[in-house]
Write a protein that binds this ligand. Sequence first.
Ligand SMILES: *[C@@H]1O[C@H](CO)[C@@H](O)[C@H](O)[C@H]1NC(C)=O
Ligand SMILES: *[C@@H]1O[C@H](CO)[C@@H](O)[C@H](O)[C@H]1NC(C)=O
Ligand SMILES: *[C@@H]1O[C@H](CO)[C@@H](O)[C@H](O)[C@H]1NC(C)=O
Ligand SMILES: *[C@@H]1O[C@H](CO)[C@@H](O)[C@H](O)[C@H]1NC(C)=O
Ligand SMILES: *[C@@H]1O[C@H](CO)[C@@H](O)[C@H](O)[C@H]1NC(C)=O
Ligand SMILES: *[C@@H]1O[C@H](CO)[C@@H](O)[C@H](O)[C@H]1NC(C)=O
Ligand SMILES: *[C@@H]1O[C@H](CO)[C@@H](O)[C@H](O)[C@H]1NC(C)=O
Ligand SMILES: *[C@@H]1O[C@H](CO)[C@@H](O)[C@H](O)[C@H]1NC(C)=O
Length: 366
Amino acid sequence: MSTLCLLYLSFWTLLAQLESVYATQARVLIYSRTLGFRHDSIPTAIDVLKAKQESINVEFTSTEDPSQFTDSTLSGYDALLFLSTTGEGKVLDADGIASFQKYLNLGGNFVAIHSASDTLRNTTCYTRELGASLPLETSREFSLTSIQGSIFDYHPALQNFTVDVFGPSHPSTSMLPAQWTVQDEAYNFESDPRALGAVVVLSANESSYVDTGVRRFDQGTPHPTAWYQEKGAGIQAGGVAGRSFYTSLGHLNETWQDELFLSHVLGGISWALQSNTTRAFNSSALVGNQENNSTATSTSVGPQPTKSPQAQNNNAPGMATSYVQATIIQKLVDMLPKPFSRPSTAIIAGTLFVVVIGQVAVKLLK
Ligand SMILES: *[C@@H]1O[C@H](CO)[C@@H](O)[C@H](O)[C@H]1NC(C)=O
Ligand SMILES: *[C@@H]1O[C@H](CO)[C@@H](O)[C@H](O)[C@H]1NC(C)=O
Ligand SMILES: *[C@@H]1O[C@H](CO)[C@@H](O)[C@H](O)[C@H]1NC(C)=O
Ligand SMILES: *[C@@H]1O[C@H](CO)[C@@H](O)[C@H](O)[C@H]1NC(C)=O
Ligand SMILES: *[C@@H]1O[C@H](CO)[C@@H](O)[C@H](O)[C@H]1NC(C)=O
Ligand SMILES: *[C@@H]1O[C@H](CO)[C@@H](O)[C@H](O)[C@H]1NC(C)=O
Ligand SMILES: *[C@@H]1O[C@H](CO)[C@@H](O)[C@H](O)[C@H]1NC(C)=O
Ligand SMILES: *[C@@H]1O[C@H](CO)[C@@H](O)[C@H](O)[C@H]1NC(C)=O
């Protein structure tokens, strides 16, 4: 009987771990407000990201409502994703910017795509967190210094060009060919994101396309096209820095229907979430998905395992669940037949399985 108990408890612990891993589903807020040019690929991008959300164990929420930028609303997200936003002013008002700054200071993660570098040029925490921005003809009345972050300058016409992969081991680029052909806009920036500590992972091959524009800014070489910051530079002194990822690609609907491009974006999002500074992977973090933490989702099936205080703290060595592990377990759960694809039913099925195996084991041991 004690063998059965031991077996049952150890399997139960395993299943409870599965449940708590499943429960670390990250929440990401997609913000796509446009006050300047509006990309018609925005709804396509949102649909495609939502269709893929389970593959990276994320729940996306999309909005264009700046009133969502309050301390309490932002604190429920593990990352903010600025998707092809454009324009200034009411993209975020002063209160929204203050909440954004606070979110970053508390360890929030940041992802930005395409013309998100053409927004909020005067908002230093935003441009620093992104790493760079792009100047429109209309907004050339000022330019940023490298420590303010760089901003979009201009782009040559949409055309095919090749992008060289620099960080081939980064989750946003590991699946890409060394020279990747894209049909997109090769953005130029007002400063070098590397000046803020960003690591460039993609670089437009300038011999592979025609750019008749006049460069007025030094964006550094090789040409920055996508990059990440291990510690987003948008935080204020004393803050906990989350991660930041930016890709300047993503103009066309067709781009968003390209699996390779999507893997690039999803890889960047997953990487940003693995900062361990939000609740998806850090139970003492100050922002992130509160509802889906292991404390909040307690399924009342079978005995509740008694967790030590250390075990509840994902910071304890060996207890942090990596995002990759979470995603693998999510995929295993997805592979189960439909009735078993919920964590609670997986646990019931698993428990029954353990009881049966346990009884067979006990019979054999007798
Ligand atoms: C892009 O997709 C959106 C719907 O997601 C559609 O409204 C728009 O017309 C498409 N644009 C082009 C150029 O096909
Ligand atoms: C940005 O700041 C500059 C300098 O303070 C100012 O001249 C410009 O009008 C501002 N632009 C916007 C869009 O707020
Ligand atoms: C650019 O690439 C697209 C597919 O990525 C292709 O359909 C198109 O023919 C290419 N255009 C040129 C001018 O090579
Ligand atoms: C850059 O593009 C040119 C023209 O297509 C090509 O000849 C060259 O090999 C490319 N270089 C790299 C490093 O990708
Ligand atoms: C987050 O935690 C995982 C698991 O302990 C670890 O592998 C990873 O390096 C951590 N990431 C950071 C940025 O500390
Ligand atoms: C988990 O969620 C519960 C209920 O929302 C909340 O009280 C608790 O503070 C959360 N724990 C962490 C570590 O976020
Ligand atoms: C977890 O969150 C706390 C509170 O923000 C932070 O101090 C700590 O550094 C985070 N842990 C990791 C591994 O980032
Ligand atoms: C919590 O996770 C479940 C799936 O496990 C999801 O249905 C629910 O919407 C999530 N809640 C929040 C607030 O993210």
